[in-house]
Design a protein around this ligand. Structure first.
Ligand code: UD1
Ligand code: CA
Length: 453
C-alpha cells in the first residue's frame, strides 16, 4: 500500500510571477501535472497534494482529478510541517509506505522512484546525488562505515559539512507508521525556524533504523525549478531526453537541441524532423514523413511519405500518404487530406476533406467543404461558408476544376467534372461536366486617355 505526498505549498518567489509556481509549464504542461502523472504510474492508494500559495488556483486547475486529495498548509512552516498536514489522510496498513515528492521537481521518473521504494527496506530511504556544486542543498552526512547519519541544511552546516558533495534531492520513502512517529518529534530549532522534513533521518538513526540512499537514473530527473532560468534548464534537459529517445527509435533530427515536444509523438521509420518544430497534443508521423523547419503540429496524423514544408501550422488534421503541405499552409481542425493531396502556400483548410490527388496550391480558403478526387482548386478560391450567423457546406465532385479567384457561396455544389471559370461568384449549383462562370463582359474603351496633370 502506497501513499504519495506531493509538496506544492511554496511561494516560488524567484519566479516573479502571479501564477503559482507548480502551475508553470514544462513541455506545455503544469509542473504539478507531470509529477501527478508520474505518481499515478506507481498506482498508489492515495495521492495527497499539499498546497498553500495560490491553493485555490492550483485546486481549480486539477478540479477534474478526483483521485487527488488536496490539503492546504497555511502558514507554511517548512517541509516537515507540510508533510504533517497530509498525515490525517494517509492510507494506513501494515505494509503502508509513504513517498514524498515535490511539485517543483516535476520530471523525476517512475523507474527512479521504484528504486527509492525498493531501497526502503528498513523504514527510510532518501534519494541522494553527488553534485559538483552542492551549494544550497541539504548535505548527506555518513559515519565511518558509510551509513547515512543525517541531513544537514546548507544554512545549518559547518564548513566541513558544506564540503560534502552528496546532497539531498528532497524525495524520500518511509514506512507510513514510522514516518508519522518521526514527524511528531520534529522541532524548528534551526537557522530558518522551520520544521524540516530532513530531520526524520536523524530521528530514524536514533531509533536504530538503517537509512538507505538511492540515486536517480539520470541527473536531470532531480532538477528543481525555483526560477525562470531553472525552468528553462529543465525544459531543455527534458526536450533533449525526448529527442534522444526518438533518435534511438530511428528518427533523424536536424538538431535535437532545437526540438519541442509538448505532448506525445510517435514516429514510423525514417522520419525526418527539421529545426524549430513544435509538436503538441498527440502527433503521429508515418514512415518516411518529412517535417520541414519551423512547423507546428498539434493533434495531427501524417501518413507515410508525406511532407510538411516550412512554416506550416497543422491543428486537428489528418494528412494522407505522400501528400504535400505548405510552405505556409494552415490546416485547422477537421481537415482530412487524401493521398497525394497538395496544399500549398497561404492555403487555409478547415473542417474539410480533400480526396486523393486534389490540389490547392496557392492562396485559398477551403472551409466546410467536401472535395472529391483529382480536383484542382485555383489560386484565390474562397468558400464563402459563413453568413455571419450560420455555416454552410460546399460540395465539389471528382475531377472538377475551379478557376482562380472564385467565390463559392455555400451552400453550393459543383458536380463532378465541372469547370468554374476564373473570377466566378458561384451562387447556384454547377452541373456535371460543363463550364459555369459568372463574369461581366470585358470591354475596351477606345478614345479614352489618361488624365494628365
Ligand atoms: C529542501 C530540503 C533540502 C534539499 C532541497 C532539494 C528540507 C528542510 N530541505 O530544501 O535538504 O536539498 O529541498 O531541493 O526539506 N514546501 C511546502 N511547504 C513548506 C515549505 C516547503 O510545501 O512549508 C515545498 C515547496 O513548495 C517546495 C518544497 O517543499 O516544493 C521544498 O521546499 P524549499 O523551501 O524549496 O526547500 P529547500 O530549502 O530547497
Ligand atoms: Ca527548493
Amino acid at each position: 500500500m502506497l501513499n504519495v505526498v506531493i509538496l506544492a505549498a511554496g511561494l516560488g518567489k524567484r519566479m516573479q510571477s502571479g501564477l503559482p509556481k507548480v502551475l508553470h509549464p514544462i513541455a506545455g504542461q503544469p509542473m504539478l501535472a507531470h509529477i501527478v502523472s508520474t505518481a499515478r504510474q506507481l498506482q498508489p492508494e492515495k495521492i495527497i497534494v499539499v498546497v498553500g500559495h495560490g491553493a485555490e488556483q492550483v485546486q481549480q486547475t486539477f478540479a477534474d482529478s478526483s483521485d487527488l486529495t488536496f490539503v492546504v498548509q497555511q502558514p507554511q512552516l517548512g517541509t516537515g510541517h507540510a508533510v504533517q498536514q497530509a498525515v490525517p489522510h494517509l492510507a494506513r496498513g501494515d505494509d503502508s509506505q509513504t513517498l514524498v515528492l515535490y511539485g517543483d521537481v516535476p520530471m523525476v521518473q517512475p523507474k527512479t522512484l521504484d528504486g527509492l521504494l525498493k531501497a526502503n527496506r528498513q523504514g527510510l530511504a532518501v534519494l541522494t546525488e553527488v553534485l559538483a556544486d552542492p551549494a544550497g542543498y541539504g548535505r548527506i552526512t555518513r559515519d565511518a562505515q558509510q551509513n547515512v547519519t543525517g541531513i544537514v541544511e546548507d544554512r545549518d552546516a559547518t564548513p566541513a559539512q558544506r564540503a560534502i558533495t552528496e546532497v539531498n534531492t528532497g524525495m524520500l520513502a518511509a514506512t507510513t507508521q514510522q514516518l508519522t512517529g518521526w514527524l511528531d518529534q520534529l522541532d524548528n530549532h534551526n537557522a530558518q525556524n522551520e520544521y524540516y522534513l530532513t530531520d526524520v533521518v536523524a530521528l530514524a538513526v536514533k531509533d536504530s533504523v538503517q537509512v538507505s540512499a538511492a540515486q536517480p537514473q539520470a541527473a536531470w530527473e532531480t532538477m528543481g525549478v525555483n526560477s525562470r532560468l531553472q525552468q528553462s534548464a529543465l525544459e531543455r534537459a527534458w526536450q533533449r531526453k525526448q529527442a534522444h529517445d526518438l533518435m534511438a527509435q530511428g528518427v533523424t533530427m536536424a538538431d535535437p537541441e532545437r526540438f519541442d515536444l509538448r505532448g506525445t509523438l510517435s514516429c514510423g521509420r525514417d522520419v525526418f524532423i527539421d529545426v524549430g518544430c513544435v509538436f503538441e497534443g498527440d502527433v503521429q508521423l508515418g514512415d518516411g514523413v518529412h517535417v520541414g523547419p519551423h512547423t507546428v503540429l498539434r493533434d495531427v496524423t501524417v501518413a507515410a511519405e508525406a511532407t510538411v514544408h516550412p512554416f506550416s501550422h497543422l491543428d486537428g488534421a489528418q494528412v494522407g500518404a505522400a501528400a504535400s503541405v505548405g510552405p505556409y499552409a494552415r490546416l485547422r481542425p477537421g481537415t482530412r487530406l487524401g493521398e497525394r493531396v497538395q496544399v500549398g502556400n497561404f492555403v487555409e483548410v478547415k473542417n474539410s476533406s480533400l480526396g486523393a490527388d486534389s490540389k490547392s496550391s496557392h492562396l485559398a480558403y477551403v472551409g466546410d467543404a467536401t472535395v472529391g478526387e483529382r480536383v484542382n482548386i485555383g489560386a484565390g478560391t474562397i468558400t464563402c461558408n459563413y453568413d455571419g450567423a450560420n455555416k454552410y457546406q460546399t460540395i465539389i465532385g471528382d475531377d472538377a476544376f475551379i478557376g482562380s479567384d472564385t467565390q463559392l457561396v455555400a451552400p453550393v455544389t459543383i458536380e463532378q467534372g465541372a469547370t468554374i471559370g476564373a473570377g466566378t461568384t458561384l451562387t447556384k449549383d454547377a452541373p456535371e461536366g460543363r463550364l459555369t462562370l459568372s463574369r461581366t463582359e470585358q470591354k475596351t474603351i477606345f478614345g479614352w486617355t489618361r488624365p494628365r496633370r
